[in-house]
Every structure is written in structure tokens, then in C-alpha cells.
Design a binder for this molecule. Structure first.
Ligand SMILES: C[S@@+](CC[C@H](N)C(=O)[O-])C[C@H]1O[C@@H](n2cnc3c(N)ncnc32)[C@H](O)[C@@H]1O
Length: 279
């Protein structure tokens, strides 16, 4: 099937990016050099692939789920040795080797895709990418990069900001796509932390436990959601040392403070109870 005969499929989240200015912003944010190998998720009809191939990058390795588009992409770029195409689901295929990711992603797989490409606090990726430039739904972009105190600040903000430096590249309104989606979008830039700066596994597990407990009831004070972990006076002491007040709500607490609290909780929990003294 040629691209002209192909109708955009909703179930694959197909919205073609047609705004040349946004395509340029995405490619510029990737800062591609001759040594870079780019993973492109969902090349679609190849608008972004073409722009990536026009850079000096060593390779553009694309993964596309829609078999009809795979045929069209082979026709369009098959004669370019720097273009490598994998047909399949990006969530399950063996990912081609790459050090950067550039993608206008299908919004319906945002969560699992971020988990696969950036990892989870308690399951970080073994070889983090140097950078990821992703076109995501605006609300997701806001949640990823927002700061403590903002209404969009969530457990996702804490998790992502402990895994990567996160910032916005540009806003992308629906008219930049064909067909236009119902929602606004945003290009975000993620620069994952190197392995040596990732949280140690036990610390990561405790941060996860705290986030799950506290953000499950995001309007409650952490005094209530954390009660039961330790006697309140002891908890207040640890929280204060971490820069947290027990009257705070979870969305007011910075990523570093969650880590500090998790670290001291681990110490208290791991410390053997003081031996009784005999007179
Ligand atoms: C929003 S479109 C972007 C297309 C193109 N990159 C562009 O900017 O015009 C998302 C693309 O991801 C593909 N896709 C959807 N789910 C996928 C999956 N699980 N694995 C790989 N590709 C997928 C769709 O077929 C579509 O081509």
C-alpha cells in the first residue's frame, strides 16, 4: 500500500506531523552528531525520518507497528543504508542499538514506552540514552517537568526528575498535525542521569513506597498518609531533617526531599533495636 492510499489509524495513534517548524525544533533539540545512532519510534510516513536522515547522524533506526506503513517506508528510504527499519511493537521488539531517541510517539502507549526507554526508579535501564526528544500530550509533558507546588506536580514528576533532567522544547497545537488530534501536545527533552547517579535499589524501592502511599491521597497531609510507618514524633524528626513538614501535601515536596526521607527511613528500619542494658 502506498502512503496516499493509507488512512490514518486511530488505534495506532496516527497523527502525522506536518508543521515544518516543529520538525526543525525536534531535530535541533536532538543535537545530532556523526557518532549518534537515533532510535525513532513510530516513523509513520517518514516526515521526521527524512529530517533525521538529513543530519550527520550515523544511523536512524526506526520501529513501526503498522505493516502497511513499513512497506511504504521501505519504498521511500530502502536505498538509504543509514535507515534501518524494524517492523513490530516498540514495547516488545528487541530495540536497535542507539544512543538517542527522537519520536512523535503514539499517546496511547506513553506510560509503558517511558518505562521501557527511561526505566523506573526501582528498575532503571542498564544503558541510559544520552537524550530523548519526545512529542507527547501536553498534560503529560507538564506532569513530567513541573515543579513542587504546581498543580501538575505528581508522582510521575518525582519519578522522571529522579531519572532524568526534563525540560520543555516547545508547545505543539493540534493544527500542526494531520489529522489534528483532540489534545494539545508538547515536545520535551529528557537527559537521563548516568548509571552512577541513579538511586541505589533499596533507596529507590523506599522512594517508590512513599510516592505510592502519599500520592494515592494527594490532598491529604503526609502526617496522615505516613502514619503507621513510625511513631509520629520520630517521623516528624526524620521529615524535618529531610526538609519536609508533616502538614505538607505530597505535591509540595521536592524530589530530593523524598530521597532524603527514604534514606533516613531505611536507616531507622535497618538499624537493630538498641540492646537492653542490664544494671
Ligand atoms: C503520532 S504517529 C507519528 C508518525 C510520524 N513519526 C510523524 O511524526 O508524522 C505515531 C506512529 O507510531 C506508530 N505506532 C503506534 N503504536 C506503535 C507501537 N506499539 N510500536 C511502534 N510503532 C507504533 C503508528 O503507526 C504511527 O506511525
Amino acid at each position: 500500500m502506498t502512503f496516499t492510499a493509507h488512512r490514518a489509524r486511530k488505534r495506532f495513534g496516527q497523527h502525522w506531523l506536518i508543521d515544518q517548524g516543529v520538525l526543525s525544533r525536534i531535530v535541533a533539540a536532538a543535537e545530532l552528531e556523526a557518532s549518534d545512532r537515533v532510535l525513532e519510534v513510530g516513523p509513520g510516513r517518514g516526515a521526521l525520518s527524512e529530517r533525521l536522515l538529513a543530519t550527520s547522524a550515523a544511523a536512524v533506526a526506526a520501529v513501526e507497528l503498522d505493516r502497511d506503513l513499513v512497506l511504504g517506508l521501505q519504498e521511500r528510504f530502502g536505498d538509504q543504508p543509514r535507515f534501518q527499519l524494524t517492523s513490530g511493537d516498540v514495547l516488545t521488539v528487541e530495540l536497535p542499538a542507539a544512543n538517542k531517541v527522537v519520536a512523535n510517539i503514539p499517546y496511547n502507549i506513553t506510560g509503558p514506552l517511558l518505562e521501557r526507554l527511561v526505566g523506573r526508579l526501582d528498575r532503571p535501564v542498564a544503558h541510559p540514552y544520552d537524550r530523548l526528544v519526545l512529542l507527547v500530550q501536553r498534560e503529560v509533558g507538564e506532569r513530567i517537568r513541573s515543579e513542587p507546588g504546581a498543580s501538575a506536580f505528581s508522582a510521575l514528576s518525582v519519578r522522571m526528575q529522579l531519572l532524568a533532567s526534563c525540560r520543555s522544547v516547545c508547545a505543539v497545537p493540534p493544527r500542526c498535525f494531520q489529522p489534528p488530534p483532540q489534545v494539545h501536545s508538547e515536545v520535551i527533552l529528557l537527559e537521563p542521569l548516568p548509571v552512577e547517579q541513579q538511586l541505589a535499589p533499596q533507596l529507590a524501592r523506599t522512594v517508590e513506597m512513599l510516592l505510592k502511599r502519599c500520592f494515592a491521597a494527594r490532598r491529604k497531609m503526609v502526617r496522615n498518609t505516613l502514619s503507621g510507618l513510625l511513631p509520629e514524633a520520630e517521623l516528624a524528626g526524620l521529615a524535618e531533617a529531610a526538609g519536609i513538614g508533616l502538614q505538607q501535601r505530597p505535591q509540595e515536596i521536592a524530589p530530593a526531599a523524598w530521597v532524603a526521607l527514604a534514606g533516613s527511613l531505611n536507616q531507622v528500619i535497618a538499624a537493630p533495636a538498641a540492646a537492653p542494658t542490664h544494671g
